[in-house]
Design a binder for this molecule. Structure first.
Ligand SMILES: Cc1ncc(COP(=O)(O)O)c(C=O)c1O
Length: 433
C-alpha cells in the first residue's frame, strides 16, 4: 500500500449532484431513469465523465467506481477498443433495420465463448432476453408454467417479477410491484434455490403441472450472490432432461463475469438456453438469448421475435469489440487477481465490525452480506446505506443494492485506496456505535 493510500480522505461535497437530483425530480419521474438508482445514499451521484474504473461528478470530483453501470462495464468505461469500434461505425450507419455483417460477426464471438451454444437471437435488454427465452421454451414444450426461485430477479416484466422480497416463501407467486397483472404471474411455480428435493418433487410432476421451463440465475445474483450447491445444477439438468423441461440459465449479471463462458464454463452444466445482457456489450444496450439451435430456430416456425433496435450496428460493434478484449490471453486471470485482492482487503476491514459482514464473490462480481452466519450480533438494517454514504463522501461509489462490480480496468492501487476508505468508514461506524 502506498503512503497516499494511508492519508485520510478528503471529503467530496456532492452538492452539485444533490441539486441536480432535486432539479431532475421536477421533470423525470422519481429523478432517476431506473427506480433503484434513487436508493443511492445520500442521493444519486450525477456524473459528467466515466473512464476506466473511475467516474467524475458535477463538482469535478473523482470516484473509484464499483457501480460499473450496474454490471455492463466489464472492460471499464469507454475502453479505447470499444470506443474505436463504435466511432468507426457511427458515421457509416446507425440504425438500418436491415442485415449487416456485425450481426453474425458479433454472434460468432459470443457463441465461441459460451460452451455448447449453437445459436443466438439479439435483443436489447436482459428483460427482453428473458421474455424471448420463455417464449421459446413454451413453444418448444407446448406447456406454459415456469419454475422460478424465491428472491430471484429476471427483469421487470409482469410475467416473472414476483416473489422477490426477503420474506417471500415458496408458495404461490406474489407480485413484486404495485400495478402488476396478477394473471401474468399465475404461470409461475416458485421454489427455493439449492433445494434438490423440492426440485425433484416439482419436476417429477412436470407433465401434470404443465411445466415448460426452469428459469434460474445460477448464482442468485440479486439475492446476495449464492453459488449453487455442489451437484445442484447437474441434478436440475438431469431432471429437466428426464421430464422434458427446458433449462434456462439467466446469466444477465453473471455472464462474462464469473468466467468468459459463464456458468457453463464455471460449473460444467450446459442449459438449453441462456440469457446474456449487461457485460455482453461493454456498456451499450444489447442482450441475447443463446443456446440450442432447435429451440432458437423456432423463430422460423411461428415464434415471434421482434424489436426495432435488435442487433443495431452501434451496439453490435460494441459487443464485438468487448468480446475481442475479453478473449485476449490473460484477461480473466488478471480480473480474478484484482477481484480476489479486493475480496481479501475488504473482508479484513469488515472483520472489524461486530456482526462480521462478508463478501460473497464469484469472479468479478461480489455482493455484500450484512452479517456472517455465525454472528450473534445483528447488523443494523441500514448498514450498507451507512457504508456506501461514507464511501461516496470519500470518493468510492457503490451500488445501493449491495452488488459490487469490478472490471479489467480496476488496479491493485484502486483496491488499496478502496480498502483505506472503507477502513475510515468502519472506524467511524465502530466509534459511533
Ligand atoms: C439476473 C437478471 N436477469 C435479468 C435482468 C434484466 O436486465 P435488464 O435490466 O437489462 O432488463 C437483470 C437486471 O439486473 C438481472 O440481474
Amino acid at each position: 500500500m502506498s503512503s497516499s493510500d494511508t492519508q485520510p480522505s478528503s471529503l467530496r461535497s456532492l452538492d452539485a449532484s444533490r441539486m441536480a437530483f432535486e432539479r431532475a425530480k421536477l421533470s423525470v419521474g422519481g429523478g432517476v431513469s431506473s427506480g433503484m438508482r434513487a436508493a443511492t445514499k445520500p442521493h444519486p451521484l450525477f456524473v459528467t465523465k466515466a473512464s476506466g474504473a473511475h467516474v467524475w461528478d458535477l463538482d469535478g470530483a473523482e470516484f473509484i467506481d464499483y457501480v460499473m453501470a450496474w454490471g455492463p462495464s466489464i472492460v471499464g468505461h469507454s475502453h479505447p477498443h470499444v470506443v474505436d469500434a463504435v466511432m468507426e461505425v457511427v458515421p457509416r450507419m446507425q440504425m438500418v433495420g436491415m442485415g449487416h455483417t456485425l450481426e453474425y460477426e458479433a454472434a460468432e464471438l459470443v457463441l465461441d465463448a459460451v460452451p455448447g451454444a449453437e445459436r443466438l437471437l439479439w435483443t436489447n435488454s436482459g428483460t427482453e432476453a428473458v421474455q424471448i427465452a420463455l417464449r421459446l421454451a413454451r413453444a418448444g414444450t407446448g406447456r406454459s408454467k415456469i419454475v422460478k426461485f424465491v428472491r430471484s430477479y429476471h427483469g421487470w416484466h409482469d410475467s416473472v417479477y414476483a416473489s422477490m422480497g426477503a420474506n417471500n416463501t415458496a408458495e404461490a407467486a406474489v407480485p413484486s410491484s404495485a400495478g402488476q397483472s396478477l394473471n401474468a404471474i399465475r404461470d409461475l411455480i416458485v421454489t427455493e434455490f439449492n433445494d434438490i428435493s423440492a426440485a425433484e418433487r416439482i419436476l417429477s410432476e412436470a407433465r401434470e403441472r404443465d411445466i415448460a421451463a426452469v428459469l434460474i440465475d445460477p448464482i442468485m445474483s440479486n439475492a446476495g450472490l449464492i453459488p449453487p450447491a455442489p451437484g445442484y445444477l447437474e441434478r436440475l439438468r438431469e431432471l429437466c432432461d428426464e421430464y422434458g423441461v427446458v433449462l434456462v440459465f439467466d446469466q444477465v449479471i453473471s455472464g462474462f463475469r464469473i468466467a468468459r463462458g459463464g456458468a457453463t464454463e464455471r460449473y460444467g452444466v450446459t442449459p438449453d438456453l441462456s440469457t446474456f445482457g449487461k457485460a455482453i456489450a461493454g456498456g451499450f444496450s444489447q442482450s441475447a438469448v443463446v443456446g440450442n439451435a432447435t429451440l432458437i430456430d423456432q423463430v422460423q416456425r411461428g415464434v415471434s421475435h421482434a424489436g426495432t433496435y435488435n442487433g443495431n450496428p452501434v451496439a453490435l460493434a460494441a459487443v464485438k469489440a468487448t468480446q475481442e478484449v475479453l478473449a485476449e490471453p490473460g484477461v480473466f486471470d488478471r480480473l480474478e487477481e484484482v477481484s480476489a485482492y479486493f475480496e481479501s482487503g475488504i473482508q479484513s476491514v469488515f472483520d472489524r465490525l461486530p456482526f462480521r459482514p462478508t463478501l460473497s464473490r464469484v469472479g468479478s462480481f461480489a455482493a455484500f452480506v450484512p452479517q456472517s452466519a455465525g454472528s450473534i450480533v445483528a447488523a443494523p438494517e441500514d448498514i450498507w446505506d451507512r457504508i456506501t454514504a461514507g464511501a461516496l463522501a470519500r470518493g468510492v461509489a457503490f451500488l445501493p443494492t449491495g452488488k459490487i462490480f469490478l472490471s479489467t480496468e480496476h488496479t491493485l492501487a484502486d483496491v488499496d485506496r478502496t480498502v483505506a476508505v472503507l477502513g475510515e468508514v468502519v472506524d467511524e461506524l465502530v466509534h459511533d456505535g
